[in-house]
Design a protein around this ligand. Structure first.
Ligand code: DX5
Ligand code: ZN
Length: 219
């Protein structure tokens, strides 16, 4: 299991220190939530902020774009230092083109699905995708509760990926906690995003260990 802490719940006034603390705590990924006030009601950060933090961190930058027509900004996010760029299936008319463009630019391509979006939206793209992000809340805010039917959706996606023999990772984002993380991994998730249930409970090394223990105990 890879844990990708969502900076949305971190201290935006101290992003450089937060990134250093994650690295010191043994994390390898960090999750950036980019919101435009159109695709989702909230506004967060853009490529300039990511670019200014890139030199201070070796973490794998997992960039979740919650923006309309993300194809307009893919080159900006990759040149800012995104290692993986995730676009929402609902945010573009030309999903395959956006995925191919991310790969052409040199980053790992991923697609996110809102809770009610069916898995068929990514079925034919799996061979091209490094990761599918199953949203387990409606995107826009941290601290919401996991939507129950998403557990079954993760299981179905696991079966779809295995049936195709694809190597696509499954990421789950929204309402992930110490209590439900083991079940989410059992359902087939490879990467867990956690915002409020992670940053609210320092020190980060201990919280990271607690997530790992919970997942191990639930196997
Ligand atoms: C929601 C974001 C999530 C969010 C998760 O729109 O995509 O990454 O930060 O926060 P928690 O873990 O608090 O649900
Ligand atoms: Zn996210």
């Amino acid at each position: 299991m890879i844990l990708s802490p969502s900076l949305l719940s971190s201290d935006f006034g101290r992003l450089a220190e937060e990134l250093a603390a994650l690295e010191a705590a043994g994390l390898s990924w960090v999750h950036w939530d980019v919101m435009d006030g159109l695709f989702v009601p909230n506004i967060t950060i853009g490529p300039l902020v990511i670019k200014s933090l890139r030199p201070v961190s070796k973490l794998f930058f997992d960039v979740h774009l919650m923006i309309e027509r993300p194809e307009r900004y893919l080159a900006d996010f990759v040149s800012a230092g995104a290692d993986l760029v995730c676009v929402h299936a609902e945010s573009t008319h030309h999903l395959e083109r956006a995925v191919a463009e991310i790969a052409r630019l040199g980053a790992k391509p991923a697609v996110a699905l809102n809770p009610a979006t069916p898995l068929s939206a990514v079925e034919y793209l799996l061979p091209q995708l490094s990761m599918v992000l199953v949203m387990s809340v409606n995107p826009g805010f941290g601290g919401q509760s996991f939507i129950g039917f998403c557990m079954e959706k993760i299981r179905s996606l696991r079966a779809m990926i295995d049936a195709q023999g694809a190597e696509t990772l499954i990421q789950v984002d929204g309402g992930v906690t110490l209590e439900n993380c083991a079940e989410i991994v059992r359902a087939g998730a490879d990467v867990l995003v956690s915002g409020s249930a992670f940053f609210g409970f320092p020190p980060y090394a201990e919280r990271f260990a607690a997530f790992n223990r919970a997942v191990e105990a639930g196997r």
